[in-house]
Design a protein around this ligand. Sequence first.
Ligand code: FES
Length: 151
Amino acid sequence: MWEGYEMPDKILTIGQMARRSGLPISTLHFYERRGLIASQRDDANRRVYRRETLRRVTVIKVAQRAGVTLAEIERALSHLPTDTVPNTADWERLSTIWHDDLTARIETLTALRDKMAICIGCGCLSVDRCALANPEDRLGKEGPGARYIGG
Ligand code: FES
């Protein structure tokens, strides 16, 4: 068992974690199976978490709401300590990892929204004219005519 277990205010049961985080117990189990959080068993064989784990769960929730994939979250959290409260530098490193990715995603979605405005009321989805149907016009850059004939 963890050091400090004798201090019950430092330990949360899975029910307490679920209430405090607003997540179902099944989600906490899922996070644990993915290695995002860790628990131990107390003397009564109950699953218990360090209080710091609640902060990790909050980070996971916020990141998922921002569209960060679970794989990206796993990668980022693997750089954070599991046995102590992450410090300011830890959080700064984490936010830096996601900042560029979120910025790129926002730019992509903004461009998509703007292109969609052109298409509203049109519906042609023409590969020649429509930026949504043919967003990068990759084959168009290779010149006119069919590209895949005979393949
Ligand atoms: S649907 Fe016609 S231009 Fe996109």
